[in-house]
Design a protein around this ligand. Structure first.
Ligand SMILES: Cc1cc2nc3c(=O)[nH]c(=O)nc-3n(C[C@H](O)[C@H](O)[C@H](O)COP(=O)(O)OP(=O)(O)OC[C@H]3O[C@@H](n4cnc5c(N)ncnc54)[C@H](O)[C@@H]3O)c2cc1C
Length: 448
């Protein structure tokens, strides 16, 4: 923080993932990166990846804004906040800034810190293997400009090359089928190279069967991560199609083998319990009319089936109409009483975060009654894998016998997650990755 322009802001109202547990805060404690001026990166700005959710030009949007922007049509605060996002942009650009927020702000501001400190960064220089001399890691073999090059490391090497989410072979070897590399949102370059190099150096690995799971809708270009699985955005009792779209997936899931365990394990990022569902394949969306209530990417890339009747929808989904109808009737009963006896939606303060408070008695449960009805397939995807090299409290990599491998450190998804099998709260992946990278660097510096 002292050595970079990275600054954070409080995300007021973004509930803890376990707000009902001892010490939990329904109003949240999360922070997110504050606005960062991309100009500080100079030509390096061109190397910054685009945002996962592109912010429309002319607006400055923080994560905390999405709750209200989703309600822009039905809530005064949503409309006011939308105006504020334009106002922020006008002010920032009037000051000559290139405003960046969210992940781009985090990565950009840290990169600016390295620039200011004069730390060289070699891009497109993948690790090939670790150099080991007499049991100590003394360098890395990399490929640079098509040539293998040895970089000597007198004091230590920190492996921070992410997980193995895009390595089919490792997925097959360590994780439960069916699973593939097209259900993940992790960086395409994360193929587990650092973990494999650590294994060759004699490291222990753990949690390799696990990932930062979450419900995902497969799309041709990139999976669509249903961040707010328990608290879907766009909940509108005045625009039932949105509710229908969302709730249909739940109806579908309820009919299927267990998809997400009922107890909340990280709320928005519920950990899946390994019973991977055999969901019916939906047919392509019939007709060409783009329904404005359905998120654009889902319409354009057509993972949806749609019908004006429940029976028609069931036919397209390939499920018995009577079963789908009784599922919906049961769900509508929960919506009327406000008590979800199947999935407990709305029992936690977190569940209500993205919902429309005007939906009563439970803002997580909007009844399904007005056509058209939609269905789409949800699969157990992830944000990346969480198994990797076992480390100690100093981020030093350990052998199966628990001995420190001299000179070798690991952080982030290349290491076995300190969170274990939980997703304890917002930042449970990035937070430890940054913290243990910092611990590793300090340990190396202190032991020179
Ligand atoms: C859409 C999305 C939203 C997310 N939101 C959040 C959030 O709000 N909070 C949170 O805590 N987490 C979030 N996550 C998860 C989080 O981004 C990751 O878990 C985290 O970035 C992992 O950090 P890492 O440093 O281990 O790996 P990464 O950030 O994936 O970085 C690994 C880097 O290593 C590079 N690499 C790979 N192989 C090699 C090689 N052989 N040689 C050299 N370099 C290599 C890759 O190119 C990559 O740049 C989100 C993830 C996604 C996809």
């Amino acid at each position: 923080m002292q050595n970079s322009p990275l600054r954070f802001r409080y995300m007021e109202g973004y509930s803890d993932y376990y707000p009902e547990r001892t010490g939990g805060l329904p109003n949240g404690r999360s922070i997110e990166p504050d606005l960062f001026d991309g100009n500080l990166l100079g030509p390096e700005l061109a190397n910054l990846n685009p945002a996962y959710i592109p912010v429309p030009s002319g607006q400055v949007v923080f994560s905390a804004d999405y709750k209200w922007l989703n309600l822009v049509l039905v809530n005064v605060k949503g409309a006011a906040l939308a105006l504020e996002t334009y106002d922020r942009w006008i002010k920032a650009t009037a000051q000559g800034k290139k405003p960046l927020t969210m992940g781009q702000s985090l990565a950009g501001a840290l990169r600016a810190g390295l620039l200011q400190a004069g730390v060289p960064v070699w891009l497109n220089t993948p690790l090939v293997d670790l150099r080991i001399d007499a049991g100590r890691v003394t360098g890395v073999l990399v490929t640079r400009n098509g040539t293998q090059t040895l970089i000597k490391a007198k004091y230590g090497v920190v492996v921070a090359s992410g997980g193995f989410e895009h390595n089919d072979g490792m997925r097959d070897q360590y994780q439960q089928q069916p699973i593939g590399t097209d259900w993940t949102l992790g960086a395409a370059s994360n193929t587990g190279d650092g973990i494999e190099a650590g294994l060759t150096a004699g490291a222990e690995v753990a949690l390799m069967d696990d990932s930062w799971w979450g419900p995902v809708i497969p799309l041709p270009d990139e999976p669509y991560f249903c961040l707010a699985e328990h608290t879907p955005p766009r909940q509108h009792h005045r625009q039932p199609a949105r509710g229908a779209l969302r709730e249909r997936s739940r109806a579908l899931r309820r009919r299927s083998p267990r998809h997400v365990p009922e107890e909340r394990r990280g709320a928005g990022h519920p950990r899946l319990d390994g019973h991977r569902p055999e969901l019916p394949e939906p047919l392509p969306l019939q007709g060409s009319r783009a329904d404005p209530a359905v998120p654009g990417r889902l319409v354009r890339q057509r993972p949806l089936v749609k019908s004006s009747t429940i029976a028609g929808l069931a036919a397209k989904m390939g499920v018995p109409a009577s079963a789908l109808r009784s599922t919906i009737n049961r769900f509508n009963g929960f919506a009327a009483t406000g008590k979800d006896l199947d999935f407990k939606r709305g029992d936690s303060a977190y569940d209500h975060y993205y919902t429309d408070p005007a939906v009563i008695p439970n803002s997580c449960l909007a009844p399904l009654w007005l056509p058209p009805f939609y269905a789409f397939k949800i699969v157990p995807g992830d944000l990346g894998t969480k198994g990797g090299l076992v480390t100690d409290a100093k981020a030093r990599v350990l052998s199966p016998a628990g001995a420190v491998i001299p000179g070798l450190y690991a952080a982030g998804n290349a290491s076995s997650a300190v969170m274990g099998r939980s997703y304890a709260g917002a930042g449970a992946t990035i937070g430890p990755a940054m913290t243990f990278g910092y611990i590793a660097a300090n340990h190396i510096a202190d032991n020179r």
